[in-house]
Design a protein around this ligand. Structure first.
Ligand code: MF3
Ligand code: CO
Ligand code: CO
Length: 251
C-alpha cells in the first residue's frame, strides 16, 4: 500500500533514528564487550529517543537487536560472550516509532581483523549498494536480486537464497520478498511510495546455511554450514515516483 506524505515523513524519522542507532553503538564495539551489553545500550538508546526496539518479543525473539558474529548469517541472539579482536559482527537494529519501522544493519570490525574478513565485508556492502541502485519504480524485485547475485558471484562469494529483504512500513515484515538472486523483470513489481529493505547475506563458500532454533521463539538463527564467514548490510529504501530514497542514513 502506498504511503501518504505524513506516513512517509514518519518513515523518514524512524529510519534516521535507526541509522543514528548504528552510529551510536559503533564506538562500543571493542574487544571485551559482550553482545548483551551492546543489546542493553541500543535498548536504552531506542527508548531514550521515543521509540521501541521492534525485535524484542517479535515472534518470541528474546532481545532488542540481532548480533551475528563471524559465521552467524543472521538473527544472532546477544549473549554474555565477550567479543575478541578479529571478530566481525553484524548489528541489526529496528526501532519502531509512531507506528512505523526502520530497519538497518552493518558490519563492525572488532580490533584487528583478517584480510579475508575485510574482503567479504566489503563485498556485502557493495552488493547491498548494487541492489539498491537497481531499484526503480515499476521495476521488479528480480532486478534487485539479479544485481546482487551477479556482483557477489563475480567476487567469488555466494549469496544466501532462503532469506532476504522485505517490505516494511506500518509492519516489520511484509511483501515483497527481496531476493539476493534472480532474473531481471521477474518477481514482484516495485510500487512508488512503498518501502522495502535490501539486505544481502554473503557467504565465503557455499550459500548453504544451517537453521538453529531460538528458545521460546519461532524466529530461527542461521549459520554457515562450514563455519566460514558470512557478512551482511541492510538499508530501508523508499521507492519514489521516479527513483528511490535511502532512508536509513544520517550525517
Ligand atoms: N531486522 C531483521 C531483518 O532485517 C529481522 C530481525 S527479526 C528478529 O529483517 F526477531 F530476529 F529480531
Ligand atoms: Co530487514
Ligand atoms: Co534488519
Amino acid at each position: 500500500m502506498a504511503l501518504n506524505e505524513q506516513e512517509i515523513e514518519k518513515m523518514r524519522v524512524v529510519c534516521r533514528l535507526a541509522a543514528q542507532t548504528l552510529k551510536f553503538i559503533e564506538p562500543y564495539v571493542q574487544p571485551g564487550v559482550t553482545t548483551n551489553k551492546l543489546n542493553q545500550l541500543v535498548h536504552d538508546f531506542t527508548l531514550d529517543n521515543g521509540a521501541v526496539p521492534a525485535p524484542l518479543g517479535y515472534h518470541g525473539f528474546p532481545k532488542s537487536i540481532c548480533t551475528s558474529v563471524n559465521h552467524c548469517v543472521c538473527h544472532g541472539v546477544p549473549d554474555d560472550t565477550p567479543l575478541v579482536s578479529g571478530d566481525v559482527i553484524n548489528i541489526d537494529v529496528t526501532p519502531q516509532k509512531d507506528g512505523f519501522f526502520g530497519d538497518t544493519s552493518a558490519m563492525f570490525y572488532v580490533g584487528e581483523v583478517s584480510d579475508a574478513a575485510k574482503k567479504i565485508t566489503e563485498c556485502a556492502k557493495e552488493a547491498m549498494w548494487k541492489g539498491i541502485e537497481a531499484i526503480a519504480p515499476f521495476g521488479t524485485t528480480g532486478d534487485i536480486g539479479f544485481a546482487i547475485g551477479k556482483f557477489v558471484q563475480k567476487k567469488g562469494y555466494s549469496a544466501v537464497k532462503e532469506i532476504g529483504g522485505h517490505g516494511i512500513g506500518k509492519v516489520f515484515h511484509s511483501d515483497p520478498f527481496v531476493p539476493s538472486f534472480g532474473k531481471k523483470g521477474r518477481g514482484e513489481r516495485l510500487k512508488p511510495w512503498t518501502c522495502l529493505t535490501v539486505e544481502p547475506m554473503v557467504n565465503q563458500n557455499s550459500d548453504k546455511i544451517i537453521e538453529v532454533a531460538i528458545k521460546n521463539s519461532s524466529i530461527k538463527y542461521y549459520e554457515t554450514h562450514d563455519k566460514s564467514y558470512s557478512a551482511q548490510f541492510e538499508h530501508t529504501v523508499l521507492i519514489t515516483e521516479d527513483s528511490y530514497e535511502v532512508l536509513t542514513l544520517c550525517d
